[in-house]
Design a protein. Sequence first.
Length: 279
Amino acid sequence: MKFTEKVTLVTGGAQGIGGGISRKFAQQGSKIVIADIDEKSALINKENILSNGGECEFVLTDISVSKDIQNMIDFTLNKYGRLDNLIQNAFSTGLVFGEDNMSGSAMEVSEEGWDKGISMLQKALFLGAKYAGEHLINSKGNIINISSVHGLLMSRGSLVYEAGKSAVIGMTKQMACDFGPEGVRVNAICPGHIVTEQMKIRWNENPGGLKFFEEQYPVRRTGVPEDIANGVSFLCSEEASFITGHSLVIDGGLSIQLQEDFGVDQAKYAKSNDFEFPY
């Protein structure tokens, strides 16, 4: 297996995209450390990995707290003595679903909400790289930062999330320049719409809305966590040894479409189908 004897730390590794990444790397032989604020979900995912023959630990982590980020690195080193892959995935669902005064335009987002959101989306990634850096240099490892198609294409009323995810792409490029000579590769992933456990609950209540979403993608489906996990696995593998500073878009073709045609197609679909808009 490609990651035998390797150690992978996944922030937000309890469920969703991070959960899928944790399981994928465990299947490929890596020892896993899940760093997450959601202890219940993390322990469920840990048990899933263990029951399938993997090795996994959990460390309670709030990425908006600097000492927690330092602690997750220390925990990993104390447990396994090395770190090979740092997957920086965690963020607050409040940035997407309009909680915590972090959603809205510059006139609507509170200063506290801005600081909190940018801390999770940008500062946490800086601190992860800072505290893990020397250990990744020792192992000639990888940093993967999870951005989004929202780092490439902007949406109204989402200042913090769009700005934060855009910055992740820039940080990834700059970190690749600094870490490359030390043997560490730094890449990003830009997911499209991924149906996680939480999103599945929403879509079960609105299957017509999900169908509307799926029609926006050239491949005519939305993503699942395994789609992103596959991309992360590739970027951390030897097959990607000449790739660094890259942002891999995994979005089923969503972001390649000409917007004028895209808008017309969506209007035609809405006119011909009876469904509840997802937002």
